[in-house]
Write a protein that binds this ligand. Structure first.
Ligand SMILES: O=P(O)(O)OC[C@H]1O[C@H](OP(=O)(O)OP(=O)(O)O)[C@H](O)[C@@H]1O
Ligand SMILES: Nc1ncnc2[nH]cnc12
Length: 183
């Protein structure tokens, strides 16, 4: 609980960014404090290894999928610590080679996500990570890309969950978020 409070205290709210009516929650202050950043990474690792998923042979995490752009800040570190692969999901047009794509709506617009074809092999277990879940549009599209490759999403992880948008019910696996907010 102490680490949740520590992480929460670092978040800053920016009203009317990037559009009027949106209160943007910024996670970058966490990264400016190495102790808080380490606390956050350790929190996710402990959750994955001991709490929900467990590193039994059956439920080993094969792949961490990170969402463009802020999922890239956490995903590769978590993947390295677990000995898992890291696979990026990027905004359309950014990845070379054959890609699969899925469009989505998010809190402030529409977008299309891509993943490199073959980046996940059928049967691999996957955990999806991003900084924040709002409407769940981004996470849902990422889950669709994992499923299109035959991967099995075990869980979705976020630093922040905007509870009032009730996004978790749209996803095909449980959601775990460190900071839950109704603001
Ligand atoms: O749950 P949703 O309504 O889909 O919104 C959540 C997404 O929105 C933000 O990214 P954004 O699309 O702003 O892209 P960025 O990371 O490139 O800034 C955030 O980092 C999530 O990826
Ligand atoms: N309110 C918000 N703050 C930060 N990132 C977001 N992505 C979607 N909604 C957001």
């Amino acid at each position: 609980m102490a680490d949740v409070e520590l992480i929460k205290k670092c978040l800053t709210a920016h009203p009317d960014f990037p559009k009027k009516g949106i209160v943007f929650l910024d996670i970058f202050p966490i990264l400016r404090d190495p102790f808080v950043f380490e606390t956050l990474i350790t929190h996710f690792i402990q959750h994955i290894t001991s709490h929900t998923i467990g590193l039994s042979e059956k439920k080993r995490v094969d792949v961490i999928v990170g969402l463009d752009a802020r999922g890239f800040l956490f995903g590769p570190i978590i993947a390295l610590r677990l000995g898992a692969a890291f696979v990026p999901v990027r905004k359309a047009g950014k990845l070379p080679g054959a890609c699969i794509s899925a469009s989505y709506e998010k809190e402030y617009g529409t977008d299309s996500f891509e993943m490199q074809a073959g980046a996940i092999t059928p049967g691999q277990t996957v955990v999806v990570i991003d900084d924040l879940i709002a409407t769940g549009g981004s996470a849902k599209a990422a889950g669709e890309l994992v499923a299109m490759q035959g991967g099995q999403t075990l869980e979705y992880l976020f630093v922040i969950e905007l509870m009032f948008l009730q996004a978790a019910s749209k996803l095909n696996a449980p959601v775990y978020s460190i900071v839950k907010t109704d603001d």
